[in-house]
Design a protein around this ligand. Sequence first.
Ligand code: AMP
Length: 500
Amino acid sequence: MNLAHWLARTAQVSGDAPALFRGERQEADYAGFYRAASGVAAALAERGVEPGDRVALFMKNVPDYLVALYGIWICGAAAVPINAKLHAKEAAFIVEASGAKLAFVTAGMGEALSDVVDMACVNTGGDAFAAMAATDPMEIEARKDDDLAWLFYTSGTTGQPKGVVITHGMLMSMSLAYLADVDEVAAEDAAFYMAPMSHGAGLYALIHVLKGARHICPASGGFDADELLEAARTQGPLSMFMAPTMVRRITDAARAAGDKAEGIKTIVYGGGPMYVADIIDAVDWFGPKFVQIYGQGECPMAITALSREEVADRETPGWEARLASVGRAQSVVEVAIGDEAGNLLAPGAVGEIMVRGRPVMPGYWQNPDATAKTIRDGWLMTGDMGFLDEDGFLTLRDRSKDVIISGGTNIYPREVEEALLTLDGVREVSVIGRPSAEWGEDVVAFVVADGVDEAALDAHCLAQIARFKRPKAYFFTDDLPKNNYGKILKTELRTRLKEI
Ligand code: AMP
């Protein structure tokens, strides 16, 4: 089934319900949204886009993002969302690798793209797009569950981005699991898009379309804590995805403003490690608004979830360990831990996290070698290390390549980072291994802090973790290198280390 049927259904059931907003301004109700998307679809078909073709979205977060996305689906094509913060050359790589026939862009981005790749670009803010949206609508093209819906290029913290084949069936299964395991969504809710819609945040659209809820793109187009607090006052109930760094920032901003942000219904966090001290602080201030998910492009949003109640629980014995976990398998997947040969390991044993089920990708786009390495016997090998406990809670260790082996012992950087972060004045930390002739590797830490020195960090570590895990060196820095999604780039820290 084509995912666009969910939009058609909502347009039929509640056509006059408000749908698309830029800041406070409504741009379309559901009937208008569906009408415009069907027009875009017909115009794409007139331009020769056929079912199965790819169409790129190199766009900032604006309401027309969703009109273009559903237009692509209605005509049976697949979307290739590209992070708007990428350099035009990086975007061109994705456009060429995906074989996209056309790109929808926001103002200014088409020119940059056309400079580096021969590509037809339609600016969604211009007359050409308005004319497309006004074209006589077309019926939704039939699609099978296994047909490509979204070609997602991995963020490439390691090497060249690969295209993950995300099908209509995967996205439906992920959306239904969200409603079963993450959060309920009601028609009066609004999805608030602060993180790039080209990534996980864009997937919230599907669930909110299904439930006939509102979609709000903040006027700033991105993450602005004050803007969010204002929107919570006037446009709630709001639900949104936040990377862990955003949770930290919104907590600090809300506390400084004395604002409890009653209008925020749900903050789903994930995409990177959330430090326990930070989530405790966030729940202390905002109350039980947080749900954690763990997913990756290869199984979007749908590996595990730690529910609202579990994130806020301070009573059940062992709640701290649960809070440090990423929760339990979502309803649509099996999660297991395997050793290097792919043998399943018992609870408590650390190994590679494996997932199988409907939301798992069939493979990488035109890349059988990478697919064979990643999908083994039907299991997705996530590249993440972790362990399951007896109750099915999954705790992540670091990605296998980030584990530090010092004197033959595995040291998990996250454990050291967690310990350092509990010291007042420490804002951000990243721990990596430094080659050492004596030990194989030494633990070293990059630290962003105010009024903290090496002696204080060392004393704090000695009081928290085993002596052999504590960093042999600290490097103070103003900020940590991050990719466009806010993930810390340990590869770049390793390069910096060589230059020190
Ligand atoms: P991406 O495919 O770019 O979305 O990145 C997915 C990776 O982000 C996963 O393989 C994990 O390493 C990490 N990740 C995602 N969710 C979480 C989470 N809740 N906690 C810790 N790391 C996470």
